[in-house]
Design a protein around this ligand. Structure first.
Ligand SMILES: Cc1cc2nc3c(=O)[nH]c(=O)nc-3n(C[C@H](O)[C@H](O)[C@H](O)COP(=O)(O)O)c2cc1C
Length: 258
């Protein structure tokens, strides 16, 4: 391991400084996957130097390889009937592109909101997922803690579903799967969407947070200077993926430089 790192860093020394061209030595050198594998053990400065020579395509392939290599168990993706179906769809797209299996649950009202807010059919959305479960099927695989899941994201999450999760009222698969993830101490991210919020909504969020949920209402990050709703959705989903330890390049990260 140490040998490989040294080899890679040794190769770097041969790359002319300030060169933005992809060096030939790297093209024939270790595959991006290996670079990714060892990147965590490298000194930050050396890693940053190495990174300057990656093309965007390299980076995407490398990130996908890194997720595939990590062999993530499936992420359960829930879409409810709150406004913001695009958030769930983007989460599924991200999982597909990043090599993370996504298991989808969509509620009846989630389908209605999807049709109202996007040009996608239910089949289009199902095609993005590795597997889809009927929300009524409280006996599906994800209803048991013995099924290994990375965790669950509900994007968007209605107040009704939030209420069910806060009270462990598992009358459908969406809420049951979230409850199971919580009891197994797996991350659960709720992109709760409603505005304005009354105190009951706030109390429900507080109760869900006490149980271990990440409460993440979709709020745009203006420092990223979004140019479109897609930009905002992409950034929001990227920040949620961070909470599951999924590698991606969807977020313009704050570096401290104004
Ligand atoms: C177009 C549309 C938009 C809605 N937006 C929201 C919303 O932003 N937040 C919310 O909590 N409920 C919203 N609702 C209401 C929920 O869909 C409703 O409470 C539903 O019972 C939620 O069920 P589910 O959580 O099982 O999907 C909306 C309904 C429709 C039809």
């Amino acid at each position: 391991m140490r040998f490989l790192c040294d080899e890679m860093l040794g190769g770097l020394a041969r790359i002319p400084q300030n060169s933005h061209k992809r060096p030939e030595s790297y093209m024939t050198g270790p595959p991006p996957m290996l670079l990714a594998r060892f990147s965590y053990q490298m000194h930050d400065e050396a890693f940053a130097s190495l990174r300057r020579h990656w093309t965007h395509t390299d980076e995407r392939a490398m990130i996908r390889a890194m997720n595939t290599e990590t062999n993530h168990p499936p992420l359960i993706v829930g879409i409810t009937g709150a406004s913001g179906a695009a958030l769930g769809v983007e989460t599924l797209r991200a999982c597909r592109d990043l090599g993370v299996p996504a298991h989808l649950i969509i509620t009846e009202t989630g389908v209605r909101a999807l049709h109202l807010e996007t040009d996608l059919s239910l089949d289009d959305v199902k095609a993005l997922a590795t597997q889809t479960y009927p929300n009524k099927d409280v006996g599906a695989a994800v209803a048991s803690g013995s099924f290994k899941a990375l965790g669950m994201i509900i994007a968007p999450c209605s107040i009704k579903t939030l209420s069910g999760i806060a009270g462990s009222f598992s009358h459908n698969l969406m809420i049951r799967a979230a409850d199971v993830c919580l009891k197994e101490h797996r991350p659960v991210v709720l992109m709760v969407r409603e505005t304005p919020l009354h105190k009951g909504h706030l109390s429900l969020m507080s109760s869900a947070a006490d149980l271990g949920c990440h409460i993440m209402p979709p709020m745009p990050a203006f420092y990223a200077k979004p140019k479109s709703i897609d930009d905002m959705v992409r950034h929001t989903v990227g920040r949620a993926l961070d909470l599951f330890g999924i590698e991606h390049e969807r977020v313009k990260r704050w570096t401290g430089e104004a």
